[in-house]
Design a protein around this ligand. Structure first.
Ligand code: C2E
Ligand code: MG
Ligand code: MG
Ligand code: MG
Length: 291
């Protein structure tokens, strides 16, 4: 899966979590060095509005450009960072870097919205909200330009700690997206309480869309449910025009997938946003972010 997501350049670390403790420790040590050397980057993947065909924002995805091994997948190193207690440090860097990039885009006249992924450990940090608020203030970014993606399984952990973190983020005006929806076990009443802005349907459902009437029924029902609860629906991993056409028919709001764009470096996003704007005669501007 990680290979498909990142192309063949993704390196051997992929199965590190299935390997021995030695390998994991080695990866951990490399990761610490990587941070010090600035080998980590964020790439960004557009979320596209299905009705207007305009960019609605981007998801920030961590990349590790390893000098010997090439691009290392986050699927390989994030679980190790979580296990060895490095994820809060990595996560703090992501928060700051995403805000810095939002500000750099604003300087170019691009008013963007960025979604970052938060892991369970980050939500257990007492100062998460403060950290986010500090980064927004430092880079002079509006809270509404930042979306926090939390996987369904983490969001559904109805613990006081998780809930406090979510409340804190909402209170400062950051929006919430439920990631990988369909892979966990949602309580429908709890889903309603979460006050998430977006619900992202997991790639596994989108992959089966054209071939399976069951997958179609599930996706259709999820879109209706989300809309009834006032949420926008984002389809993850759209690769085929058939899938897009079905999603349009079902009233899905946004699409993210290789059909439109792969995750790319920040400069390429600037180019992509402008180029698409010209191509579709719908200029990319602040108004594309209003919702
Ligand atoms: P995710 O948050 O569900 O991110 C979407 C993943 O789907 C990305 O994989 C993206 O490249 C991939 N993808 C998007 N469109 C397509 C498509 O059309 N086809 C296919 N096959 N794949 C597609 P990526 O970048 O490898 O990231 C994997 C996961 O790693 C993310 O899943 C997220 O859970 C985690 N991750 C990435 N960056 C961060 C981060 O900064 N912090 C944390 N905590 N987790 C992160
Ligand atoms: Mg995500
Ligand atoms: Mg996802
Ligand atoms: Mg996913």
């Amino acid at each position: 899966e990680a290979k498909r997501g990142g192309g063949s350049t993704y390196a051997v670390y992929e199965s590190a979590m299935n390997q021995g403790a030695d390998q994991q420790v080695a990866l951990y040590n490399d990761l610490v060095t990587a941070m010090e050397r600035g080998e980590l980057q964020l790439h960004y993947q557009p979320k596209v509005d299905l009705r207007t065909d305009t960019i609605r924002g981007v998801e920030a995805l961590m990349r590790w450009r390893h000098p010997q091994r090439g691009m290392v997948s986050p699927v390989a190193f994030i679980p190790v960072a979580e296990r060895f207690g490095l994820i809060n440090t990595l996560g703090a860097w992501v928060i700051d870097e995403a805000c810095r990039q939002l500000s750099a885009w604003a300087d170019e006249g691009l008013h963007m919205r960025v979604a970052i992924n938060l892991s369970a450990h980050q939500l257990m940090q007492a100062d998460l909200t403060e950290r986010v608020a500090d980064a927004l203030a430092l880079h002079q970014v509006e809270a509404s330009q930042l979306i926090c993606e939390i996987t369904e399984s983490v969001a559904m952990e109805d613990t006081r700690v998780t809930q406090r973190a979510i409340d804190g983020l909402l209170a400062i005006g950051v929006q919430l997206a439920i990631d990988d929806f369909g892979t966990g076990y949602s309580s429908l009443s709890y889903l309603r309480q979460l006050r998430a802005r977006q619900l992202k349907i997991d790639r596994s459902f989108i992959r089966d869309l054209a071939g399976s009437s069951d997958a179609r029924a599930v996706v259709d029902a999820v879109i209706r449910l989300a809309h009834a609860l006032g949420m926008q629906v984002v389809a993850e991993g759209v690769e085929e025009t058939d899938q897009r056409d079905l999603l349009v028919e079902m009233g899905c709001d946004q699409l993210q997938g290789f059909l439109y764009a792969k995750p790319m470096a920040a400069d390429d996003i600037s180019y992509w946003a402008r180029h698409r704007g010209e191509q579709h005669a719908v200029p990319f501007s602040d108004s594309t972010l209003v919702d």
